[in-house]
Write a protein that binds this ligand. Structure first.
Ligand code: AMP
Ligand code: MG
Length: 475
């Protein structure tokens, strides 16, 4: 048996999903199996890499115990509501419970059309699939809650984009695929019974310590405040924080036009379709709060008491977001600076200095670890190194003789999936069928807090001609 399935979502009412298998592909070829994740999930690598395994991961055979479904959801995309989105190119095979006792969804993405596909073909290009693989696994390495990438299978078919590209299927592993938009789907239909079932299911699955719907809402607010702060502490920009791309579990999901910043710029936007900068780096907490307000609206009729009490409860839950986010983010920044305690004005002054001096976000914080040991090479990250020197005098005064370098290295990565490296790995795979750069990059990104990789290029920012100016949605 490939997966010891134990499906619970497929037991929920039929209107929560459509039952259908993935659409078979011409010539499934396993390009990548995530061995570390295979082990973590307690799966059999040889079986998954064998003919039956590849047929299952490519969507050509329904593995034993699977109950394939496409999940229903709605969502606000760039602020506009669509009552019917759903899995247009993904199939949930089922769930497994890992040896550590964690319930995990096994989903195929790029698996063919579903009743929710609208005009889409239900497929994914190899480039976007590798991009999601790389960035999701990098996030896991960085300790950021995220969906995981288990396998990449080439379909042997072209996907008709401009220009046509080779197709692929990603096997995605997630705590679940329940989104803010899943609640909105039933709220938009006025389906109170379904909302109630979904809320209890999500509470029990993700936030079992929470009490009732009010507890669920508060738990999601807390999980998202923590998640967004962990993004901001590594310079991550999601790029498309629509409500259908925000999980109830608190995992990062849907790596489309996402990117890590090189030089620190709070207004940074990479997504080619984010014209207004709605999902810019520094906007992410505000947008998360906005999305959570949409969740609160959907849950409102399930909250206890009369309408006034429900509204008060929702507002109280949402009011927890800002303090929770600030505690995690500002506390995290203090740790990145090696400070013994939060020092918000000082921390903010450093970010302002970095922005004014086009300092590389990752390398500046990592360089500070060495500076804590007395090596001030990091000053070269600043357009005006003397500005750093002046700041460093105050910083050393605050360190007061402590030696926080080792602790700082545990929270300041030496490597991130820099856009130009991700693009390089994708181009080699798509244009030359060469997976070496992808393998090498994922290897380096698995241990971001260790000693910097021997090959310096993995930690260098892009040269002028390597700079990636825009990223695109993964369709
Ligand atoms: P995303 O922007 O990836 O979060 O997707 C938004 C919605 O579009 C979801 O309902 C997806 O299932 C759907 N979608 C994205 N790409 C495709 C595609 N190639 N074919 C069908 N549906 C798609
Ligand atoms: Mg999505």
């Amino acid at each position: 048996m490939l997966f010891p399935f134990d499906n619970s979502y497929a037991r929920l009412p039929e209107r929560f999903y459509a039952r259908l298998p993935a659409t078979p592909v011409a010539a499934p070829l396993l390009l990548k199996l995530n061995m570390a994740l295979v082990a973590e999930l307690g799966l059999d690598a040889a079986a998954l890499a064998g003919p039956e395994g590849v047929a299952a991961l490519g969507g050509n055979a329904v593995p034993e115990g699977a109950e394939p479904i496409a999940q229903a959801y709605a969502g606000h995309q760039f602020g506009g509501f669509t009552a019917q989105l759903g899995d247009g190119r993904a199939i949930l095979l089922g769930e497994i419970v890992t040896p550590a006792g964690l319930r995990r969804d096994i989903q195929l993405k790029g698996s063919g059309p579903t009743p929710w596909s609208r005009r889409g073909d239900g497929r994914a290009g190899l480039g976007p699939v590798l991009r999601e693989y790389i960035v999701a696994e990098a996030m896991a390495g960085l300790g950021v809650p995220t969906t995981r990438s288990l396998a990449v299978v080439a379909t042997g078919e072209a996907v008709y984009r401009q220009p046509p590209v080779p197709g692929a299927v990603l096997t995605r592993v997630a705590a679940s695929h329940i989104r803010v938009g899943t609640f909105q789907y039933f709220a938009a239909r006025g389906d109170g019974p379904a909302l109630e079932i979904l809320a209890e299911y999500a509470r029990a699955r993700h936030h079992p310590g929470a009490e009732g719907v009010a507890g669920l809402l508060r738990a999601v607010v807390a999980a998202q405040a923590s998640l967004i702060s962990s993004w901001m502490l590594v310079g991550f920009i999601h790029g498309v924080m629509n409500t259908d791309n925000m999980t109830i579990s608190g995992e990062t999901i849907d790596y489309g036009p996402c990117a890590f910043m090189d030089a620190y710029d709070p207004a940074q936007v990479f997504s080619s379709i984010d014209y207004g900068g709605r999902y810019a780096f520094a906007n992410q907490p505000r947008i998360a709060h906005w999305n959570l307000a949409r969740l609160a609206e959907a849950l409102l009729p399930l909250l206890p008491g009369d309408e006034d009490a429900q509204m008060a409860e929702a507002q109280a839950a949402l009011a927890d977001f800002a303090p929770a986010f600030h505690a995690a983010y500002l506390g995290g920044l203090a740790a990145k600076l090696g400070l013994p305690a939060r020092d918000d004005a000082f921390t903010q002054a450093f970010l302002t200095l970095m922005a004014a001096n086009q300092a590389d976000f990752t390398n500046t914080f990592r360089g500070l670890c060495d500076a804590a040991d007395g090596d001030d090479a990091v000053r070269a990250e600043f357009a005006d190194p003397r500005a750093f020197d002046a700041w460093a005098v105050e910083w050393r005064a605050r360190l007061a003789g402590a030696t926080p370098a080792a602790a700082m290295r545990a929270v300041n990565p030496a490597v991130i999936p820099r856009n130009h490296l991700v693009e390089e790995a994708i181009a080699a795979a798509v244009e030359q069928a060469e997976l070496g750069p992808f393998e090498a990059l994922t290897e380096v990104l698995a241990r971001p807090f260790g000693p910097p990789p021997a090959e310096g290029r993995y930690s260098l920012p892009p040269r002028e001609n390597e700079r990636v100016l825009a990223t695109f949605c993964g369709t």
